[in-house]
Every structure is written in C-alpha cells, then in structure tokens.
Design a protein. Structure first.
Length: 187
C-alpha cells in the first residue's frame, strides 16, 4: 500500500469525505463527516493510505506563520493523524507520519510544532523523532476562551529546523507560544 500525498484544497469532495469518514471512525462524534477538516489558511497537505475507495490511514501537515520572541517563524505541524481501527498495529500510522515528517523537514519551515495526547508521544518519537517539550505551552490565541495545550491536557512536540530557529532556541524554552489562530482552532 502506497502513501499518497495531495494538497488538501486540491482533493475532490469524495476524497475529502473519505478523510472525514476516517476521522469519524477513529473518534466518533455522531455527526456527518467534515468536508473541511482543515482551515484553508493553514495550507494543509494530506498524506494517506487507501484500501480500495476507503482511506485507512491519514496525516496532514498544516502550515502558518507565528510571531514569537520578536521574530516571525514559519511553522508546520501534524494534524488529524488517524488510522482505521481495523488497520491499526500494521505500521500504517507510522508510515504516514514518517512521510509527513519528511515533507516538513524539507519544506523550508523554521520549526515543527504540534500537540498530542500524552500516551501518543512515544509513537511520534518513533515515527518522526518528535520530542516532547514539557516546558512549553501552546495557546490558540490570546482570547480568554482560547484552547491551550494545558486546557486540553496535551503534550507539545517541537523540532527546530532552520538555522534561524536554532539560533533562537532559548526563545522556545520555558515559554508559552501563541499560535494566533481563530477562536476554537488548535494544533
């Protein structure tokens, strides 16, 4: 089974529906599959594996600019990572995360940044060398009702890719990073 990649905004409705259907199978909400998993402003790129017409493993890379420590940085992060329960424990999730991580590493962004549930941290380390940064807190925005890694009980994963980000490593230590996202959005 090959990993395919496509800019999310170029995926047709049937493929977007398949991405949303997978999300619903993995984390049921009882709602119709979302055809807009990713805000267009985040320029998502989808990595996926299919069995016939069914998407069975998925990871997206989302991108945006953030201001932090007096500088602007381009970041990319993983989003909506999921593998169909019937296909888990076969390495598909690791493969899509590895492919998405390789894309991030060569995309020219300054840093990779996202959150996950604490029990999944070892998976992301193994699949993409994503270290947990317990000293960091992510906030969706400065709005008092904004989502945050603490509020959601998530761990923060960070990799500094560019020389500029590595030179500013101290600014990414013991701090809160504002993602400047619309209210209700988070990475």
């Amino acid at each position: 089974m090959n990993i395919r990649a496509i800019p999310y905004h170029e995926a047709g409705n049937s493929l977007r529906r398949a991405f949303g259907t997978l999300q619903e199978r993995v984390a049921p909400t009882g709602m119709e599959p979302d055809l807009e998993l990713h805000d267009p402003a985040l320029d998502a790129r989808s990595f996926y594996v299919s069995a016939g017409e069914q998407v069975i493993s998925y990871a997206a890379v989302v991108r945006k600019a953030i201001s932090h420590g007096g500088q602007t940085f381009q970041l990319a992060g993983l989003s909506c990572v999921a593998t169909d329960p019937a296909w888990q424990r076969q390495g598909l999730g690791s493969r899509v995360v590895s492919a998405a991580t390789a894309y991030i590493e060569t995309s020219g962004v300054d840093l990779g940044l996202f959150t996950c549930d604490p029990p999944l941290a070892a998976f992301y380390w193994q699949a993409g060398a994503w270290p947990v940064r317990a000293d960091l807190v992510l906030v969706g925005s400065q709005h008092p009702a904004a989502l945050s890694s603490r509020l959601l009980d998530k761990v923060v994963l960070l990799r500094l890719f560019s020389a500029r980000a590595q030179a500013a490593a101290a600014a990414f230590s013991q701090t809160t990073i504002n993602l400047d996202l619309p209210l209700g959005q988070f990475l």
